[in-house]
Design a protein around this ligand. Structure first.
Ligand SMILES: [Zn+2]
Length: 271
């Protein structure tokens, strides 16, 4: 069987048959690759401890008929700290789930690999929730879905206050244009500023962003809702995080036109 080298981060693991493991790697050069690790669930497997979730590994893969097969693994960085603490584990799991949902098999995504590696590295010692928010914003940027946060997506007018945020139109809408998306959700000025910052900030400067728990919940809910809309998926990790860490309910954000509907004023738009 022909073999090839790959370097990647384990973003998903599953079981295959009686003793094998299925691992999905986000590879620097090949993009997302799922491969079988034969016998990896046996206690004395040569893969034991080497294909853990989040690990950055260098592998030798044999081309198989349906699935490639892992033949050698070398751990570059284990990121063990991410598996030893519930907070870090939960937010790292969200991060790799996002990376998984945003990528297609074998489509090279070297920028996303780099951002994922940076995020997991920072999470070992930094604030995992804030880093997960940064990663979500960066993932939108690298997937071509960065939302606008300070200009109306329809007319381009500057928006400085809280505003309707449209998943479908890709960003904020001014009062005049918010009717263009009845499903737009309301976003506070602080949350929009925070998202704008997360889209552009270098990771070293991330710690300068100060968000209280309520703002984190709002920003997380908006990024999650928007990412789920764009990636046409439903993320599992946010619910797990909510249960494990008892954070606030992240979604859905309140509809931007809810007030108008409640007053029953026959479809008059809120301004
Ligand atoms: Zn407008």
């Amino acid at each position: 069987m022909p073999v090839y080298k790959a370097e990647g981060i384990v973003i998903r693991r599953g079981n295959l048959g009686e003793a094998d493991r299925l691992v999905t790697l986000l590879c620097r050069d090949q993009g997302k690759v799922t491969a079988a690790a034969k016998g990896a669930r046996k206690p004395k497997s040569r893969f034991a401890g080497r294909l853990e979730l989040f690990s950055h590994v260098r592998v030798l893969l044999a081309v198989g008929r349906t699935l490639d097969v892992v033949s050698q693994v070398e751990v570059a960085t284990a990121f063990a700290a991410l598996r030893e603490n519930l907070d870090r584990l939960a937010y790292a799991a969200l991060t790799v789930e996002l990376a998984d949902r945003a990528t297609a098999d074998r489509e090279p995504a070297p920028d996303l690999f780099r951002v994922l590696r940076t995020a997991l590295d920072l999470m070992q010692t930094g604030d995992p929730q804030l880093i997960a928010l940064w990663f979500a914003a960066q993932l939108l940027v690298h997937s071509g879905y960065a939302p606008t946060t300070d200009r109306c997506q329809v007319c381009g007018r500057s928006v400085r206050s809280g505003a309707a945020f449209s998943y479908a139109l890709g960003g904020v809408l001014c009062g005049t244009d918010q009717h263009r998306d009845p499903d737009a959700v309301m976003a506070s000025a602080g949350a929009l500023r925070a998202i704008g910052y997360l889209l552009h900030v270098q990771p070293e400067a991330l710690a300068r962003l100060v968000l209280d728990p309520r703002q984190r919940t709002e920003v997380g809910g908006l990024l999650q809702g928007y990412a789920e809309y764009r990636l046409e998926t439903k993320l599992k990790s946010p619910l797990v995080i909510q249960k494990l860490l008892k954070t606030g309910t992240p979604t859905p954000a309140s509809p931007a036109r809810g007030g108008a509907r409640e007053r029953g004023n026959g479809g008059t738009r809120t301004r």
